[in-house]
Design a protein. Structure first.
Length: 136
C-alpha cells in the first residue's frame, strides 16, 4: 500500500480551479454536480485516469468583477486555470483549449468566448502532496 501512495505522489493530476462571475443571489451555475461534470469533461479531454482530474468551482459575485470601458452588463465570464505536472507543448494547449472552452461553455450555459483558460507553469518542483515534492 505504501508503494502505491508513493506512485500516486509521482503523478500530479490536472487541477482546474474554475471561477464564475455570477449574478447577485443567483448561483444556479454552482448547482450540485457542476464540479463533477466539469471534472468528467476535463478528464476526458486531458486524457487523465479516473480520479485524476480535480475541479474546484467558486462563484465570483458580479460586483467583484469589472472590465475597463463600457462592456456589456450581462458578460459573466468563466475563468479556468489548469495546473499539470508538466505543461504540454503549445499545439497541445491549443487543441485542449478549443475543446475545453466549448465543453465548459455548454456545461455552464455561457458563450464560448466568455470562457478564459490559463495554463499555469509546470507543477513539477513547485507542488507537494502530503509533504512530498512532485518531480518531473
Amino acid at each position: 500500500m505504501r508503494d502505491q501512495a508513493v506512485d500516486l505522489l509521482k503523478f500530479t493530476p490536472p487541477r482546474l480551479p474554475t471561477k464564475f462571475v455570477s449574478r447577485p443571489r443567483l448561483n444556479r451555475e454552482l448547482e450540485a454536480g457542476l464540479a463533477r461534470r466539469l471534472a468528467d469533461i476535463a478528464g476526458d479531454i486531458l486524457g487523465s485516469e479516473r480520479g485524476g482530474t480535480w475541479v474546484k468551482v467558486r462563484a465570483l459575485p458580479s460586483g467583484q468583477y469589472g472590465e475597463n470601458g463600457d462592456p456589456e452588463a450581462e458578460v459573466r465570464p468563466v475563468f479556468v486555470s489548469i495546473l499539470v505536472r508538466k505543461r504540454p507543448p503549445e499545439e497541445t494547449i491549443r487543441q485542449q483549449a478549443e475543446r475545453l472552452s466549448a465543453a465548459f461553455a455548454q456545461a455552464c450555459g455561457r458563450p464560448r468566448e466568455n470562457v478564459h483558460i490559463l495554463y499555469e507553469p509546470s507543477a513539477a518542483g513547485r507542488i507537494t502532496f502530503g509533504g512530498r515534492l512532485v518531480s518531473v
